[in-house]
Design a protein around this ligand. Structure first.
Ligand code: 0A1
Ligand code: ZN
Length: 850
């Protein structure tokens, strides 16, 4: 638990381990409270090693005995690990330890979930299983024997033997310990097969709890699609005879890419039309792809140290977003990613938790599985691909796989393959990895009647504690030019902005063009421009790039909302007219039109106000957003019934993009209709729904309309036995509550007999939902802050990782008024004063508190 002086680890202190690990043999005798783990590990001193200390990590282990080459030894043991005198030649280390999976509520290392054994070793969980150099640059070949009475006994690699009460697995691919996995329990299998392009026949298994068999088919298909896609697009083939996926109910994150044995939060793999929404299906498909793609980007080529986490995560997120774009709609996926980046990464990059994509120091690595490492990390790869072009990108990736297969690498290695294939100097580009903060780019323009148009870009990144002296970045800005009648007079081209201020010229234009800037959201920046009146509405009507066209609508909505909040004016008629034309345009993808109906989030609006020097008032932001929704409902009133009816799906439910798009437009229409029909249509949809997408959207509308009671009870009666559906039931009540009821609703739900707070999904469904309710969480009396703090204090000793992640709800606290700041500060201090607070939570809150 809490260290007296938490240790900060620095990238600059990296030194290799002084020994090679040539083989690892593990034997597990499973017992819930006293599992025995015997390890037999061959070490060989590395010639010329700078650090020759034999230190093995180990935490919460009871050492039964250890030997070297068969002779018992007595190591010096501390709470972090052990040291021992070892010979100056290769030797065999053997140790036996006892661990307590049942008592492991932190869900790191070997733990139990519903009577099943499972593991989570990334980042530093293996040290809770046995003594080992638990660092990603130590790679070895593992053989694992599992003794236990369970019908299913799994580990990494290929099965060797299986007898009553025992199984042996061998993984031929050297791997770091964080990719180790073990599963044992009474599980049922949904089997599949895949033949790789070179003819390897692979057995696929999706292991679930009895009762969940009906929720496996989609995940299995997503896995096959991912395997095919990685062969076709990246030339990457699977490399074992078996690929196992296991669904686990108690899991801190989404899923984990353990070699040959992916372990998933059940919410990230189990799906059926009756129990999962279209959004769930899309997320599941993406996470299955993500974990599968890690087999090459993460497992075959791994990270030298945890500072390089973005090496595997940024690249793998980028790859899974390419996959989703190919499987579904590319513009819709891109717009979703932009919304997500602004909701999660921008606040991080602009607040006290700001850190570079490759951080330079940390106290607890688990706190660095962030939107910056993952999502900004993926944006950086997208920019690199934009800069070098798709062909050079493919060549560089081929070289990366060829040159670094089997290695533990750094960002320098990654960039070097691009330099070597393209001849480009990426020294300045590398700042994207080392510099925190979201760059702001101010655009000005000039037109002369001789037909020359110039664009000038001035970039600046706000300084932060992490990067006090930011330098100019290489920013690819994709630009197209439109003529006043809406024709594209210059197709998209990428301008490379490298200087603090830089001008680009376009010659030979017949008339002053309208620029379409940052097409495809070509860089993760904030673009600023004083747009002439009417031009944003023009872009909403005419832009030929779907992302910037959407952005034009978003900008109009945002500016109108900000004016409503600040000046009490009415919603902007130009916005509503433009929106109306777009929504009525049958030539556009329904999913795209549904996105157009969205509004900027309330916390986005708060950020904008605060940046512009106005203290955000959450109640006023809520009121303006509601008024804007009412205005949309009124302005589109004659279209809504038709939109709703025309986008009903005939025939059986399918979770594909085509059907999902129709349902999302019908759902958006329903939510506006409910504002005027008192919930009649929502009631009818609730009664008739045969799929969760429609059942849940009807329920949300009924709650919002103040008519949710009967439907909520019916929903609970129908679904009380389905834990994933019940997570939705818990969450929706908080999310859809009126601001004045949100805290009381969350508090009431924590009293519900099914509120199993030790389960991370259930905890998040109530407390996480509260943090997402902007006006509710920021209730003026501070009750949202204190409810969250009470629960964080309670959860911390049980599950530090999930506690620490939820602390980020407080990261924007300095935006708000003095009373709210006082309220939050008091809660931060109260949590920080808790005896034995975990290192995870202490680090997060100290950084937020400042
Ligand atoms: N590597 C996984 C995510 C993950 C990270 C950490 C975990 O425990 C601390 C668990 C999972 C991924 O990117 O999917
Ligand atoms: Zn990942």
């Amino acid at each position: 638990m809490r260290d007296a002086t938490p240790q900060t680890i620095h990238l600059s202190d990296y030194t290799p381990f002084g020994f090679d690990v040539t083989s690892v043999d593990l034997t597990f005798d499973l017992a819930p409270r006293a599992t025995r783990v015997r390890s037999k590990i061959t070490f060989a001193p590395r010639a010329g090693a700078a650090d020759t200390r034999f230190f093995l990590h180990g935490e919460n282990l009871k050492l039964i005995g250890a030997s070297i080459d068969g002779t018992p030894v007595t190591p010096q043991v501390t709470p972090e690990g052990l040291t021992c005198d070892v010979p100056d030649r290769p030797f065999v280390w053997e140790a036996e330890v006892e661990i307590d999976p049942q008592g492991n509520t932190a869900l790191e290392g070997l733990y139990m979930s519903n009577g099943m054994y499972c593991t989570q070793c990334e980042a530093e969980g293996f040290r809770k299983i046995t003594y080992y150099p638990d660092r990603p640059d130590v790679m070895s070949v593992f053989t694992v024997r599992i003794n236990g009475p369970h019908p299913v006994l799994l580990s990494n690699g290929n099965p060797v033997t299986r007898t009553q009460g025992s199984a042996e697995w061998h993984d031929p691919w050297p791997k770091p310990a964080y990719l180790f996995a073990l599963v044992a329990g009474e599980l049922v299998n949904h089997p599949g097969r895949f033949t790789t392009k070179s003819g390897r026949d692979v057995e696929l298994n999706l292991w679930v709890r009895p009762g969940d068999e009906g929720k496996c088919a989609f995940g299995m298909q997503a896995l096959k699609d991912s395997m095919t896609w990685d062969e076709q697009v990246y030339g990457r083939e699977y490399d074992l005879d078996v690929f196992n996926i296991v669904a686990v109910d108690d899991f801190n994150m989404g899923a984990m890419e353990n070699k040959g044995l992916n372990i998933f939060n059940s919410s990230a793999v189990l799906a059926s039309p009756e129990t999962s929404t279209d959004t769930n299906f899309e997320r599941i498909e993406a996470i299955i792809a993500h974990e599968y793609f890690h087999n090459w980007t993460g497992n075959r080529i791994t990270c030298r140290d945890w500072f390089q986490l973005c090496l595997k995560e940024g690249l793998t997120v980028y790859r899974d977003s390419q996959f989703t774009s190919d499987m579904r709609s590319a513009p819709v996926k891109r717009i979703g990613d932009v919304i997500d980046l602004r909701a999660r990464q921008f606040p991080e990059d602009q607040g006290p938790l700001a850190h570079p994509v490759r951080p330079e120091s940390f106290q607890e690595i688990n706190n660095f599985y962030t939107a910056t490492v993952y999502e900004k990390g993926a944006e950086v790869i997208g920019m690199l691909r934009t800069l070098v072009g798709p062909e050079a990108y493919s060549k560089a990736l081929d070289l990366y796989f060829e040159r670094h297969d089997g290695q533990a690498c750094t960002i320098e290695d990654w960039l070097r393959v691009f330099e070597d294939t393209t001849g480009r100097d990426l020294a300045q580009f590398k700042r994207w990895y080392s510099q925190a903060g979201t760059p702001h780019v101010k655009v000005t323009e000039h037109w002369d009647d001789a037909g020359t148009y110039t664009l000038t870009f001035a970039q600046s990144t706000p300084p932060s504690a992490a990067s006090p002296d930011p330098q100019p970045l290489v920013i690819p800005i994709a630009v197209g030019l439109l003529s006043p009648n809406g024709d594209e007079v210059r197709a998209t081209q990428v301008l490379e902005v490298t200087q603090a201020r830089q001008t680009f010229t376009f010659e030979g234009l017949a008339s002053r063009p309208v620029p379409s800037l940052l097409r495809g959201f070509s860089a993760p920046i904030v673009l600023e421009r004083d747009v002439p009146p009417g031009q944003t509405a023009f872009l909403l009507a005419h832009d030929t790039d779907p992302v910037t066209r959407w952005e034009a609508g978003r900008t109009l909505a945002r500016d109108s909302l900000l004016a409503m909040i600040r000046d009490g004016v009415r919603p902007d008629a130009d916005y509503l007219d433009g929106l109306r034309r777009l929504v009525a345009d049958d030539t556009l993808d329904p999913a795209y039109r549904a996105l157009m109906l969205g509004l900027p989030s309330q916390s986005d609006l708060a950020a904008r106000l605060s940046e512009a020097g106005t203290t955000p008032d959450p109640d006023a932001i809520y009121a303006a957003s509601e008024a804007m929704r009412d205005a949309q409902a009124e302005h589109l009133s004659d279209l809504l019934a038709g939109l709703y009816a025309d986008h009903q799906v005939d025939g059986p439910y399918a979770p594909d993009a085509h059907q999902a798009g129709k349902r999302s437009l019908a759902g958006a229409a329903l939510s506006l209709l409910t504002r005027t029909d008192g919930g009649t249509q929502a009631m009818a949809q609730f009664a008739a729904a045969d799929n969760m997408t429609q059942q849940l959207s009807a329920l949300a509308n009924l709650i919002r309309a103040g008519k949710g009671k009967t439907a909520l009870d019916a929903f609970e009666t129908q679904w009380h036995a389905d834990r994933l559906v019940m997570d939705k039931w818990f969450g929706l009540q908080v999310i859809e509550a009126k601001p004045e009821d949100a805290v009381a609703t969350a508090a009431r739900l924590t009293e519900h007999p099914d509120f199993n707070w030790k389960n991370p999904n259930r905890f998040r469904s109530v407390l996480g939902a509260l943090t997402q309710h902007h006006a509710g969480f920021h209730a003026a009396d501070g009750s949202g802050y204190s409810l969250l703090a009470d629960w964080l204090i309670k959860l911390d000793p049980v599950n530090p990782q999930t506690t620490a992640r939820m602390c980020s709800a407080f990261q924007t606290w300095r935006r708000y008024d003095a009373d709210r700041q006082d309220g939050i500060r008091a809660e931060l201090d109260r949590i920080l004063a808790t005896p034995e607070l975990s290192r995870d939570t202490t680090e997060m809150l100290s950084r937020i508190r400042g």
